[in-house]
Design a protein around this ligand. Structure first.
Ligand SMILES: [Zn+2]
Ligand SMILES: [Zn+2]
Length: 398
């Protein structure tokens, strides 16, 4: 479908749109009215049901699989939404996240092509492909999926150009050729600029043929400024921060971040969302990180990555001892194990609920992940795609 349909529909009165939607096969639930605009839609969406109760703030797990490797199973790549009233904030866009977002019901009620209509912000923890690979999808199709959007441009935050390449691993190996040497470490702004270039034919075709602007008009992209915070080195081990980084305050929603330890991939961020109902912290990829423990202090939900060390042992078993040990050290030095995540992170942080996500391997049974309960006195939740969790108190039925 081309953007011309949504463009044309925006010119129609609501009653006429219903007919177009039927023709598109979208259907209109229960014969209900098509919601005409953002504010009206927002009023219907305040307080969603989670497990039979209504919550104003929610966490929606869009994708829960770890790593770029596809091992089968039903999980999509990593992506998490935090929702406050009608505002949607998304952290990371792994493989399949765009499809999960469309399935999540976070668009306008009964309005197809609106999965991005209520999105206020998108936040990247780091630029590993398993966290950003659906950004091209979301970015380039945004024009067709922001139907009836009345909000300003979506704010996008992520790592900047770190300006240095990581050390070669294992030590002593000859340096591989540098990819794209004239700009080898573009940040979030740079990466998005390259999307405009790579897909220029599509953007130009649509702007000339369909009379729509480029996707860049719908987004305001920012590199998180680390000036005076960290001069990133090839080891990529972040400094201890005395306070979190303020990213954005959007009305009642305050978003802060910290530097987590996913060395040598740097910078890597964990994010915290505070709303009047409570707090949600999303770890990104990290080994046990004191900065993250600080960020997650007394939070309602800590949504944390996890890796199974036993699975890593199986992977490295066929290799000679020296190689096996280096690979093991590499994987476990940049991620958090089942044994660590509850006992060494959620417990000292005082997190009320620990939600496991970015599960590596994605094919493990839930019972294996539940071992993270050992040493953790809060409530453990093994994440599933499209799982919704309510934050704070239920709100009264109206
Ligand atoms: Zn990852
Ligand atoms: Zn990563």
């Amino acid at each position: 479908m081309c953007d011309v349909i949504s463009q044309a529909m925006s010119q129609l009165p609501p009653a006429s749109r219903r007919g177009v939607l039927k023709a598109l096969g979208a259907g209109v639930a229960g014969g209900g009215l098509l919601v005409a605009g953002g504010p009206a839609a927002a009023a219907t969406q305040r307080g969603h049901r989670v497990g039979g109760a209504r919550f104003r703030t929610r966490v929606v797990l869009l994708g829960t699989a770890g790593g770029p490797i596809r091992l089968g199973g039903e999980r999509s790549g990593i992506s998490t939404a935090v929702v406050y009233e009608d505002r949607v904030y998304i952290v990371d866009l792994g493989a399949g996240a765009g499809v999960r977002l469309a399935q999540s019901g976070l668009g306008l009620e009964d309005v197809p092509g609106s999965m991005l209509s209520q999105v206020r912000g998108i936040f990247f923890t780091h630029l590993h492909s398993d966290h950003v690979t659906d950004w091209p999808h979301v970015y380039l199709t945004a024009r067709a999926n922001t139907f009836d959007r009345t909000l300003p441009a979506m704010q996008v935050y992520g790592p900047g150009d770190r300006g240095t390449l990581p050390r070669v691993f294992p030590p002593g190996r000859p340096s591989p050729p540098v990819y794209h040497p004239e700009d080898p470490t573009p940040g979030t702004v740079g990466m998005t600029g390259y999307l405009d270039r790579a897909f220029a034919q599509d953007v130009n075709d649509r702007s000339r043929d369909n009379n729509v602007g480029g996707p860049g008009e719908l987004f305001s992209v920012h590199d998180i400024d680390l000036e005076g915070v960290w001069d990133i080195d090839p080891e990529g081990k972040p400094p201890r921060l005395s306070e979190p980084l303020h990213i954005w305050t959007d009305g009642d929603v305050r978003i802060t971040a910290t530097l987590v330890d996913h060395h040598p991939t740097a910078p890597s961020f964990g994010y915290r969302f505070d709303t009047p109902d409570g707090s949600v912290v999303i770890s990104g990829d990290t080994t046990v990180s004191e900065n993250l423990i600080d960020l997650a202090r007394d939070c309602d939900y800590l949504v944390h990555e996890v890796i199974d060390a036993q699975w890593v042992d199986q992977i490295v078993a066929p290799f000679p001892d020296e190689v096996a040990s280096a690979v093991r050290q590499h994987l476990l030095g940049a991620h958090t194990t089942i044994e660590q995540v509850g006992r060494d992170v959620a417990e000292p942080a005082g997190a009320k609920n620990l939600v496991l996500t970015h599960l590596a391997p994605a094919t493990n049974s839930p019972s294996r992940w539940r071992r993270a309960r050992r040493g953790y006195s809060g409530s453990l939740i093994v994440g599933e795609d499209l799982m919704e969790l309510g934050v704070g108190s239920r709100i009264a039925e109206r």
